[in-house]
Every structure is written in C-alpha cells, then in structure tokens.
Design a protein around this ligand. Structure first.
Ligand code: NAG
Ligand code: NAG
Ligand code: NAG
Ligand code: NAG
Length: 683
C-alpha cells in the first residue's frame, strides 16, 4: 500500500504542482480503502465463524472413487494423516492438513512434530523443553537376565492394556501427553519464523513473501511441493494507527503437555466418521482399531475410573450434554498460552473482570491458560453470568498472553469511575491465542528401557558417529549402527515382541518388522527394533496390539446446521434398536445388508534404506480385488504416503506359498527404496 501512495504522489507530481490539499485527500482515501480492506477480512472471518467450528477440515487427498466417500475428509486411511517415525526418539508423524481456528483458515506443512512442551519457568516466546520420557520400572531393572526383564515388562504392558493398576501400578510409566494445535496473529511480518521444530520438515522459503509466492504458484497449478514443506498462513491488517496499517502474520505450532494425572483409557470412545468407514467397508470395531479413527473424551471425570464401561478395548459411555466439568475442559485448562507455564494474567477490558466459572465465589480466571468458559461480572448487584468463548464455536479455546511477539488487538472504551462517577475514555490492548486438542499419546517405558546398555549419542551434531563408514543397521559387525542417536533410535530387543515358538521364519519376521543391528559397548551386534512413538505397538506375546496414540481432534463441519443434522440422522440409523422410535415411519424389516467384506489390510516390509529412511507403507485392497487375486489375476493398488512418497504396486497371489507378492513396484521389478517383495496381511 505504501507503493500505491508513492505511485499516487508520482502521478500527481507529473500533473503539476504537488498541492497539500490533494495529498491529504489521497491520504484520506488511502486510509478509507485500507479500512475497507480490514472490514472485508472481518466479513470473511465472520462467514467462516458462522459456518464452522474451530477444528480440522481436510487432509491432502491422493485417491479417487465412484463415490465421494472414497476420498479423504479430515480422515480416510489415517486421521490428520498421522503416521509413525518410530526410529526417531521423540518425533510424532503427522502429515499436512487444513484447519480453522476462530475463523482463520490455514494449511500446514508436513508436521512431524516433536514431543516438547512450553517452558516451565521461562516466559520467553516459544521457549520449549523436552517432555520427560517415563523411566523403566525398577522391578524390571532388578531382574538380571533379559528374558526375565522382558517377562516383567510384559506384566506392566498387560496391566496398562487391562487398566489394572492393582496387578502392576503402570501409572508412573505410561504417561498421557496431550498434543495440541495453537495459532495466533504474530508481529513477525518480515522474517519467516519456523513455528516449531521438526527433525524432518522445515518450511522451504526464505521469507513470508517467498512462501506466499510459492503457495500462490502451487495453488494456481494444483501442484505440490514434493517434500510437503509449504504452509498457507494468512496475513491481516490488525489495526490502523494514525492512518498506517499494522500488519500481522498468522502462525501455528504443535506442542504437547504432560497431563498432571492419569487419564483412563475408558474415558475415550471412538467417533463414527462414517464416510471413511464405509469407504473401507469397515464395521465400527474394525474402524476403531484403525489409524483413521478419532475419539471423543468422556462427559465428566470425577476421579471414579470405574465409571465408564469398556467395549472392545475402548470406553463406551452414553452421549450427553457437558458443561465446564468435562474431561476436555479439564485437560485443556492445564495448558498455558504464549506466556508458557508461568502465565498469570487477568482480563478486565471494558472495566469488567473475567471470573473463573469453576468456583462459586468471585475468583478471577487466570486467562493465561486455555479455556472456553468464563464468568462475567455484572455491574453493581446484578450478579454474574456464564459465557462461552465464540458466538457459536464449540471448540474455541483461548488463552491470553503478554508476549509482544503476538499482535495486539486494541479497543477504545468509555466508562464512569466507580467512586467519583466521572466519565473517562481509554484505549486498551489484549493479545490472545487459540488452541484445539489434537491427540493424547501415552508415553511408555520402551522409550527409555535400554537392556543392552547401548551407547546413545545425544548431541545431534555428533549423530553421524552412528552411521560412519557406511553403517546402515545391517545385522553384521561392519554394517550395524554404532550406538543410537535421535533419528536412529533402536533399542528394544526383538525378543520383546517376538514369540519364542514362532511359526513364522525368524528372518522373514525380522525384515517385516524392520529389525536392525546395533553395536553395544563391546562391539557385539544386537538385534533391536525402533523405540520411538508408535500409533499401535506391534503384537506383544500374550497381550496383543496396544494403541498408544488417541486422536481427539474436533472437526469443522460439526459447527454447521448440516453437520449437526447428519450427526443426528447417523445416530438414529446406527442405533435403530434403541433410537429407531425417532423415525417418523418405522421400517418393517431390515434386509440385513452390509455384509460386504471389509477391505483387506496389508503392509510392506520395513526398509531402513536411507534415503528415504526407516518406513513402511500400508495398503487397503477391496474384496472384489481380493477375489480377482485368488483367481490368479494381478491387481494395482496405491500405498499410503509415508516419508513423503507412495508406491503404485501390482500385487499378485502365489497359490503355492499362499503369499501376496509385489509383482511390480512403480513399474519396476523392485521398489526403489528396498521393500521386499513379500506383503504382510494385517487383517
Ligand atoms: C523438506 O522436508 C524434507 C523431509 O521430507 C527435509 O529433508 C528437507 O530438509 C526439507 N527441506 C527444506 C528446505 O526445509
Ligand atoms: C467387524 O469386522 C471384523 C473384520 O473386518 C470382524 O472380524 C468382526 O467380527 C466384525 N464385527 C462385527 C460385530 O461384525
Ligand atoms: C474462593 O474460594 C476458594 C476455595 O473454594 C478460596 O481458596 C478463595 O480464597 C476464595 N476467594 C475469594 C475471593 O473469596
Ligand atoms: C563406535 O563409536 C565409539 C564412540 O562413540 C568409538 O569409540 C568406537 O571406536 C566405535 N566403534 C566402531 C566399531 O567403530
């Protein structure tokens, strides 16, 4: 806009004398225009706010189909594109998504965030600390042999899996962490600041301007940055000060908070995202165990952990209205805004105090922590009233901050002095950020347990010691990694997962799981598996698969009339037995349809080839294709996207060995990144 002004001046100069009158006229018109622009942005924001709740809107889609439900929404193969990078010590795999926070719509880069939390003592902007990983239970460490240690550690996993802390008190070793998406308007309009650290992805742009140009380009062509390193983050005019617009830049981050007390698994139940479910022909049980599932937190929590029932390993509580005491309000209220944990702020704009709705007396609310409910004080003896943040936004959690890196919203207001009754006017400014929960991750003792006493190189700059001289994790003396590092984090003995009397060929099982060799301090090769964050742990003998990541993100569409109607209709149709009475005309009989077989679920072997690094892919094969396979045909399927790539695979079925085989991978005989030919059927 400055250029516009210069341009006007040049134009007026070329037309003769620069007369004062004309300049001030242009200045005024320019101010009017800038203000109108601000109001246009407000109108767009108001439209978004009335259409949607804060939440996740969409993930990148890679496939098509004859029905719209074969294409992703906020989920399809995996909700929010979550995946694993368990070879990193504290990286949580999460792809790109579009989200809305209080009417601001933005698109993230490939996220892959780390297990870090706001600083406990520093208020510095984005000061973070590593979240402590849980220790290994002493009763495990006391055992002298590896098989004994494994047996005792299995007991803890068994106790966690059955939520039985009388058998073994697992609670100090299975720590729930709430990871959340936080966004706000910042004053960093010039230099591009990486919003949060990822071992794997950084915004590939030199300035905000550069990023905007790159996003504009990919939006124009429909193309994509092949490494998924661009985000769309809007800018706005925050205030007009003496005719000069004050710009602000939207930015977001994903950080985590270790919950102060245990959150029982029964306090989470699966949400039926029916499009993704029907897209895979999955029943609700099968869906709930997939990466595509989301969970909802229980209505309330009164310390009685037996309150909620279990069904298929997940909570099953009745749906009902909630208030300030919901589990979601409890967990979010532990999270500070941009002042970090020392946050202590109150908001008295318009001369009214904001009170804590959880207590009955007039205690001021610490607005430096996230909340969606508050109590407002009224003038004189008129008492108080309860309020919810946002006009109709169910998921609007806000926190105040004093940090000058967050753009300030100013307001002029007038009132009367309480004592002298003299009228006065003043200008105040406040700074707020917004957040929604993303997922609850249970940290577990495998993250620290190191029975082989393998040396860990914690200094990232020295991490290449591990791979020096072409060491790639092979199972021989010269190829095994020399110790572990932040992104070669393999320390769990294969025996922890492997059954002693396995019918599967041991070597095949090793490649399938991604076993690597690591040298211990005496130079002996140890066979180990990755120990970082996983969505579901591999099968533990006698216990089974345990889910460790519970996505709890809200979605945008439930904020509209359509979203709410569809959810009600879905409930009646899903529960005809108990809710069918709400239908105006009842069906006389149901045909019992819907027995179509679920998609078969496969996985490639794990590859450690670098690039592209430790990973595997999943694939879903519809029943019709499975029938073709059994007849000896080959079929084509595209894998999930992992480590920023997928494969187009021609699958065949070997009638003699009864194995599913990669016939062609991206048109070649072998996958370029080293997946073996064999495919592993998960379900
Ligand atoms: C983009 O992301 C990839 C990971 O897929 C990472 O290796 C690379 O360093 C990033 N590029 C830039 C310029 O940040
Ligand atoms: C749900 O589907 C799974 C596999 O797709 C099957 O094993 C299970 O029996 C089904 N459950 C019900 C209740 O039909
Ligand atoms: C409000 O009640 C709490 C205990 O419920 C008490 O600690 C606090 O001092 C009270 N505050 C006021 C202002 O009365
Ligand atoms: C492994 O690394 C350590 C340093 O951490 C070094 O002393 C040792 O010689 C290395 N071993 C081999 C076999 O390269």
């Amino acid at each position: 806009m400055k250029y516009l002004l210069v341009f006007c001046l040049v134009v007026s100069a070329s037309y003769g004398a620069i007369d004062e009158h004309r300049i001030s006229l242009i200045e005024r018109k320019f101010q009017d225009l800038a203000r109108q622009l601000m109001l246009t942005e407000l109108a767009m924001g108001e439209r978004t706010r009335s259409n949607y709740d804060s939440g996740i809107k969409q993930v990148r889609s890679t496939a098509d189909g004859t029905k719209s439900y074969f294409v992703s929404t906020h989920t399809f193969n995996s909700v929010c594109s979550i995946h694993e990078h368990s070879n990193n010590d504290r990286t949580v795999g999460m792809g790109e998504f579009t989200a809305n926070l209080n009417g601001v719509e933005f698109r993230t880069r490939h996220n892959d965030y780390r297990l870090r939390m706001p600083h406990r003592r520093s208020k510095a902007y984005h000061a973070l600390e590593d979240i402590p990983l849980p220790p290994t239970p002493p009763s495990v460490l006391r055992k002298r042999t590896l098989p004994e240690q494994i047996k005792e550690l299995h007991n803890y996993f068994r106790a966690f899996s059955f939520q039985n802390f009388h058998f073994r008190d697992y609670r100090p070793y299975f720590k729930p962490v709430l990871c959340y998406l936080e966004g706000t308007w910042t004053v960093d309009t010039k230099t591009l600041n990486e919003p949060f650290e990822s071992d794997r992805h950084h915004i590939d742009a030199t300035s905000w301007f550069d990023l905007q140009e790159k996003i504009r380009f990919t939006s124009y062509t429909g193309g994509k940055h092949y490494l998924e390193n661009f985000s769309y983050l809007p800018t706005t005019i925050m205030n007009m000060v003496n005719g000069t617009p004050e710009y602000a830049q939207w930015n977001y981050r994903i950080v985590c908070h270790p919950l102060k007390k245990d959150l029982p698994l029964s306090a989470m139940k699966p949400v039926d995202d029916m499009a993704a479910r029907i897209g895979h022909r999955w029943n609700i049980t099968r869906f709930a165990h997939s990466r595509a599932a989301r969970f909802v937190l229980a209505p309330d929590y009164n310390g009685n952990r037996n309150k909620y029932e279990w069904q298929n390993g997940y909570g099953s509580f009745p749906d009902r209205r909630t208030s300030i005491n919901s589990v979601l309000d409890w967990v979010m209220s532990e999270i500070p805004g941009k002042d970090n944990y020392p946050a202590k702020l109150t908001d008295t704009t318009f001369g009214k105090r904001i009170l804590d709705p959880r207590v009955h007396n007039a205690t001021e609310l610490n607005t430096g922590y996230y909340h969606r409910y508050y109590r407002h004080e009224r003038k004189g003896a008129m008492g108080t009233f309860n309020a919810h943040r946002g006009y109709s936004d169910r998921n609007l959690f806000v926190a105040q901050t004093s940090n000058p890196n967050v753009a300030e919203m100013k307001i002029k207001w007038c009132g009367k002095d309480e004592h002298t009754h003299k009228p006065f006017c003043k200008e105040e400014g406040v700074r707020y950020s917004y957040a929604i929960p993303l997922e609850i991750i249970y940290l577990n003792p495998l993250m620290t347990w190191n029975p082989y006493n393998i040396e860990h190189i914690s200094d990232h700059r020295k991490a290449n010691i591990v791979t020096k001289n072409g060491r790639n994790g092979g199972l021989t003396q010269d190829k095994a990694y020399n110790g572990t590092s932040f992104n070669k984090y393999y320390r769990t003995p294969v025996e922890f997962y492997q059954t002693a009397h396995t019918t599967v060929d041991k070597d095949a099982a090793d490649t399938a799981r991604g076993t690597v060799g690591v040298l211990d301090r005496h130079g002996n090769v140890k066979r180990v598996l990755s120990s970082g964050v996983r969505i579901t742990l591999p099968d533990i003998p006698g216990i089974g698969k345990i889910r460790m990541r519970y996505p709890v993100m809200p979605i945008t569409s439930e904020g509209s009339q359509i979203g709410k109607e569809v959810e009600a209709v879905k409930d009646v149709l899903n529960h005809l037995e108990t809710m069918g009475a709400y239908l105006q005309e009842r069906p006389s009989a149901l045909s019992g349809g819907g027995n179509a077989k679920a998609d078969a679920h496969f996985r490639t072997s794990v590859t450690n080839q670098d690039p592209p690094g430790h990973h595997f892919h999943e694939m879903f094969i519809p029943n019709e294709d499975m029938i073709d396979l059994s007849k000896g045909h080959t079929i084509t399927v595209v894998t999930t996207t992992d480590n920023s790539h997928d494969h187009k695979i021609e699958v065949s079925y070997d009638q003699h060995t009864h194995k599913y085989i990669i016939h062609k991978c991206d048109g070649q005989d072998k996958c370029w990144d080293g997946h073996t030919a064999e495919l592993f059927r998960l379900e």
